[in-house]
Write a protein that binds this ligand. Structure first.
Ligand code: DUC
Ligand code: ZN
Length: 476
C-alpha cells in the first residue's frame, strides 16, 4: 500500500463538475489524491455520512483593507476578512489592489501583497484596480504584473475614480495585448450626478433616496456600453454585480452576438429589494451599496440568468463598514445619503445563503451551487488548482451539513463589521468543516486558522481568452 494519507473524508456525497458521487476522498501533501473506496489509512479520518463534500468557496469580489472611492477605509483587515470568509466556507478570495492617484501599479500591488501576506488566513489573489494611467511606466508596469500572475484588472465608470471612454478602450486594448480579464463597475456617472442633484435640491436626505440616486438606467446604460466595447475590441470583460433585469438581458444579447462578456451577481441582489433602505433613522445605511438593491422582478430575472448561464457566478462584493462613526456614520448622526459609505459585509454569508436557496430549497441543486460559487470563479479568473474536487487539485474542501438550520443574529459574524445585514433570516445547510490545502481551517464550527497562513495564488494563464466571435466560450 501507498504511504499513509494525511486525511480521508469518508462516506460523503462528493460534488464534482462531472457528477455527485457517494465516496471517500483522500488528501496527501495538500492535494486531493483520490476519490473512491478502500483508499487506505489516514493520519486524520473524518466521517461525512449524510453530508455534502463541496469545493471550498471562491469569492472573486471582496474589498479588503481598501479605501473607498469616497475616502473611507474598510472595517476589515486581511485577518478579519479571511477569518470571516473561512467561517462561511470560503477558502480563496480575490480582493482589490486599488491604485491611488499618482501611485504606480507595482507599488500598489506591493503594498496590498505585504498586508495580505501578513494577515490572510485563506488563499488570495488581486484584481488590479486602475484609476490613474498617467503614472510613469504605466504600460510596462502593467505588462510585468500581468506576466507575473496578476491576471485580472478592474476599472470604474463612476465613484470619482472613473475612467473616460477613451481610457477604458486603452485598458481593454492593453488587457488583450498582455492577457488579463477586465472587471467593470458599470454605472453611468452623469446619470447618477444628475439624479443626486435633483434629490438633494428637493431636500431628500434619507438612506432610501440612495436607490433613486443611482437609477437603474445608470447601470443599464453602462452595462450595454461595456458590452459593446468588449465586442468592438474582442477583449473579455466581467460585468460586476449585475442588479437589473435589463442588465442581464444586455449581457445575454451580447453573448448571443459573440461578445466576450461575462457577468456576476450577488446575494444582496438575489435576496434583498430596495425596501431594505427604507428604515427608521439611518438604519437603512446598513444596507446601502452600489448599485442599490432593486425589485422582485429583477431578482427573478437574475435567478433566471444564473440558471441559463448568462451570469457565470455569484460573488459577495464584501465591502465592510461599521455602523458607527468609523464607518457608515462618519458624517455624523444626521448624514445625508450621499455622505454614507457604500457596501455591506458578505464573505461569510454568501455560501450559506446560496446553499439554502439552491440546494435546500432545490432552486438548482448541489452541482449548480458548486459551479457558481467555486468552480466558475476559479476557472474564469485562472485559479487553476482551486474550485473543483478532482484529483490533483488543492484540497480546499467544505463539509456541509444539509440539515442544520441557523437563524442569523444581530452581530454573529466573524468579521469586524459589528452587524449582520441578514439578521433574522434562517438558512438551512451549514459549512461545519472547512479544509484549506488539506488542513482544517474550521472544525465543527471552531476556527483553527493561523494568521498569515494564506498563500498568494499565481495565475499563469486564463481560460477566458478573446473569443474570436465564439458564443459558447462565454456561457458557463
Ligand atoms: N459597491 C459597494 O457598495 N461598495 C464598494 C464597491 C461597490 O462597488
Ligand atoms: Zn463595484
Amino acid at each position: 500500500m501507498d504511504e499513509e494519507n494525511d486525511l480521508v473524508i469518508r462516506g460523503g456525497k462528493i460534488v464534482t463538475p462531472s457528477g455527485i458521487i457517494q465516496s471517500d476522498m483522500a488528501i496527501k501533501n495538500t492535494i486531493i489524491s483520490a476519490t473512491g473506496h478502500n483508499l487506505g489509512d489516514a493520519k486524520v479520518d473524518v466521517s461525512a455520512h449524510g453530508k455534502f463534500i463541496m469545493p471550498g468557496g471562491v469569492d472573486s469580489h471582496a474589498h479588503i483593507e481598501q479605501m473607498s472611492g469616497m475616502g473611507q477605509m474598510n472595517a476589515d483587515t486581511f485577518e478579519t476578512a479571511t477569518r470571516s470568509a473561512a467561517m462561511g466556507g470560503t477558502t480563496s478570495i480575490i480582493s482589490f489592489a486599488a491604485q491611488t492617484a499618482g501611485q504606480t501599479l507595482s507599488d500598489t500591488v506591493a503594498n496590498y501583497a505585504a498586508r495580505a501576506r501578513r494577515g490572510a488566513m485563506i488563499d488570495f489573489a488581486f484584481h488590479l484596480t486602475i484609476t490613474d494611467m498617467t503614472v510613469l511606466n504605466f504600460e510596462d508596469d502593467l505588462a510585468a504584473l500581468i506576466a507575473t500572475g496578476h491576471r485580472s484588472l478592474k476599472f470604474f465608470t463612476t465613484y470619482n475614480i472613473q475612467l473616460s471612454d477613451q481610457k477604458i478602450l486603452k485598458v481593454l486594448t492593453l488587457a488583450r495585448k498582455y492577457g488579463a480579464l477586465v472587471g467593470v463597475h458599470a454605472e453611468n456617472d452623469a446619470i447618477i450626478s444628475n439624479a443626486k442633484e435633483q434629490l438633494l435640491s428637493a431636500g431628500h436626505k434619507a438612506p432610501r433616496y440612495h436607490a433613486q440616486s443611482r437609477p437603474r438606467v445608470a447601470a443599464i446604460e453602462a452595462v450595454e456600453r461595456i458590452c459593446r466595447f468588449a465586442q468592438y475590441l474582442d477583449q473579455p470583460v466581467m460585468l460586476f454585480h449585475l442588479s437589473t433585469s435589463e442588465g442581464a438581458s444586455a449581457v445575454k444579447a451580447a453573448q448571443a452576438r459573440g461578445a466576450p462578456v461575462l457577468a456576476e451577481t450577488c446575494p444582496h441582489y438575489l435576496f434583498m429589494t430596495e425596501e431594505v433602505l427604507d428604515q427608521p433613522g439611518l438604519e437603512g445605511a446598513k444596507f446601502m451599496c452600489s448599485p442599490p438593491q432593486r425589485t422582485t422582478t429583477d431578482q427573478n430575472a437574475l435567478w433566471q440568468a444564473l440558471k441559463e448561464g448568462t451570469l457565470a457566478l455569484v460573488s459577495s462584493v464584501h465591502a465592510p463598514y461599521r455602523y458607527d462613526e468609523t464607518g457608515k456614520l462618519s458624517a455624523g448622526p444626521d448624514a445625508v445619503f450621499n455622505e454614507i459609505a457604500n457596501g455591506l459585509p458578505g464573505l461569510e454569508t454568501r455560501l450559506p445563503l446560496m446553499f439554502d436557496a439552491m440546494v435546500s430549497r432545490c432552486e438548482q441543486g448541489a452541482q449548480a451551487f458548486a459551479q457558481i460559487t467555486a468552480t466558475a470563479p476559479a476557472k474564469l479568473y485562472g485559479l487553476q488548482k482551486k474550485g473543483a474536487l478532482v484529483a490533483g487539485m488543492d484540497a480546499d474542501i467544505v463539509i456541509w451539513d444539509p440539515d442544520r438550520k441557523v437563524t442569523y443574529g444581530a452581530n454573529d459574524l466573524s468579521d469586524n463589521v459589528g452587524y449582520n445585514p441578514w439578521e433574522g433570516r434562517t438558512v438551512k445547510g451549514w459549512p461545519e468543516n472547512v479544509v484549506l490545502r488539506g488542513k482544517f481551517l474550521v472544525k465543527d464550527g471552531q476556527f483553527l486558522g493561523s494568521v498569515g497562513a494564506g498563500n498568494w495564488i499565481d495565475r499563469p494563464e486564463l481560460a477566458t481568452k478573446p473569443s474570436g466571435g465564439s458564443r459558447q466560450e462565454f456561457r458557463t
